[in-house]
Design a binder for this molecule. Sequence first.
Ligand SMILES: [Zn+2]
Length: 286
Amino acid sequence: MKNILTVDVEEWFQVYNLREAIPRVNWDMLPSRLDVGVYKLLDMLDRYSCRATFFVLGWVAERKPGTIREIARRGHEIACHGWDHKPVTGMSPDEFHAETSDSLKVLSDITGTDITGYRASNFSIDTSRPHALETLADLGFQYDSSIFPFRRGRYGTAGFPRGPVRLVLPGGVSLVEFPLPTVRLPGGTLPVAGGGYLRLFPYRFTRLGIHRMNSEGIPAVVYLHPWELDPDQPRLSGGSRLKKWMHYQNLKGTEGILERLLGEFRCYSMSEAYDTVKGGLSEYRI
Ligand SMILES: [Zn+2]
């Protein structure tokens, strides 16, 4: 079966783990490194004839429209990652509606297409916040990919289905959810195949996880970030040592891991996956 390849398009200085070291007001003074990772990815995806979904921040799209157009020109899907990486949990319903609409408008103006997919920053949508999912459905999104079906500190919904489902929301509207990838092991449910879990765990664990998910009929939603393919990004001096370790560790290895994954597993974009699965999904009521 095919798996789904997704990229969260944000700058190296917009990452949750570094937010204490880089105040938001400094963003416009920092050098953009976006193209380093994006073009490496685009060239690799061309070599494997793989289409991916790129969830883009409105803040980034406004400053790098040429890069976003090039991603779309090479055949990939552009989807929405909110405006400036603020967690949905920190926004009022009105704020969430406004910043999502702004991002949607910038992305559809740049690409000239409808934007149908959404991913929240830091997986900050869970089932206790149905208003956010209802807002997405009201704004015309067809699918969301923000829910992590295991609980870890600040994010996740333990017990949520591990494969795609059609969410039926309190207002009667519905939205397809592609949950982030997890593997069931004797010790419990663990995250696999995305971000730090993809970069820091040995590749053999990722391979095992994807094979196990596929044997259950679940496509793995693989995800990564352009900055994870940029080992030469600036190093920061302040902030938590553990968070910096999680950010900088094995940046040199990401490219090789992704090469192996693309060589071994067939992947496609989330809109292609949506078209494939939308007719046969079970419903999940919130
Ligand atoms: Zn992000």
